[in-house]
Design a protein around this ligand. Structure first.
Ligand SMILES: Nc1ncnc2c1ncn2[C@@H]1O[C@H](COP(=O)(O)OP(=O)(O)OP(=O)(O)O)[C@@H](O)[C@H]1O
Length: 265
């Protein structure tokens, strides 16, 4: 019998890492998300833009199940996620950050990083008794991982400072660093450049590009168009809760409807 070539499965490979369709979400009488869809290709840096109040953060909340849609569905890595809690979604590899970075000010920078670690043996009382050696090794490994990430985001020298001492931009970096601790597949970043000085914005963008080259996928909400232009492969535009356009940054930049939506504001 002739050798049989292994069958490739391009269909599976081409599945978007994150795909949402037909999403609707109302708050009282206000339809914040109105039949919106979005796809994030594996390995991409995808942008989500739109005028103020367009529904970007609400869409993020729906994608990560922080709030539940009235209608529509979200698939992460090919699986529906509507029945999962936010922490279970995080365990599957999708982590989000917030417009205002959520760091614990009274904990050190390093402690903030360690809070993010998942599946810790030390969380189980009995294992704590029987597996003391393993816990110590695990904690050491997590501290090393945290310090490596802090190094890469330029915060290693502040590891033992209170997180409350960080600037707004440094808090954003810490939040991204903390997201990396659980080795996600996809990070949803809500305005990583907002309120951050230009030097730090450049540093954040460089880091995002490096992590992306290492295999991490990003979906980014951002008002800073330079950031969108320099980072994104594909950009989705939302206006009044609806999909307005999707394309490359250059296509979006010259799209008449998009310009009108922004200027109309
Ligand atoms: N929990 C809520 N209750 C009531 N209305 C809400 C709620 N969350 C969002 N909205 C409304 O939904 C609409 C979309 O808000 P959202 O914050 O998603 O927009 P956005 O595109 O992220 O805006 P921005 O760029 O200004 O952050 C707005 O009109 C907002 O006031």
């Amino acid at each position: 019998m002739a050798d049989v070539e292994p069958i490739e499965r391009p269909a599976k490979l081409q599945l978007p890492l994150l795909a949402a369709s037909g999403l609707i979400k109302s708050f009282g009488g206000l339809v914040a998300i109105d039949h919106a869809s979005i796809e994030v290709a594996k390995g991409s840096i995808t942008g989500l833009i739109g005028p103020n109040g367009a529904g970007k953060t609400t869409l993020f909340n729906l994608l990560s199940n922080f709030i539940h849609p009235d209608k529509g569905r979200v698939l992460f890595d090919g699986e529906p996620i509507h029945q999962l809690q936010s922490y279970q979604i995080a365990q599957r590899g999708m982590i989000r950050t917030f417009q205002v970075a959520r760091v614990l000010s009274r904990l050190s920078v390093l402690e903030n990083m360690l809070l993010a670690t998942q599946h810790q043996t030390g969380e189980n009382f009995w294992l704590t008794w029987f597996k003391q050696k393993q816990i110590t090794a695990e904690e050491r490994q997590q501290r090393e991982q945290a310090m490596t990430i802090l190094e890469s985001i330029g915060l290693a020298h502040m590891a033992h400072e209170y997180a409350g001492a960080l600037s707004g931009g440094q808090r954003k970096l810490l939040e991204i660093g903390r997201a990396l601790m659980s080795q996600p597949k996809l990070i949803l970043l809500d305005e990583p450049a907002a309120g951050v000085n230009p030097t730090l914005i450049k540093q954040i963008c460089d880091r995002i590009l490096t992590w992306n080259r290492e295999g991490l996928t990003f979906l980014i909400i951002e008002h800073n168009m330079d950031v969108i232009m320099s980072l994104c492969d594909r950009v989705w535009v939302l206006a009044e809760g609806r999909n307005l356009a999707v394309g490359t940054p250059t296509e979006i930049q010259t799209n008449a409807q998009v310009l009108e939506a922004y200027l109309g504001q």
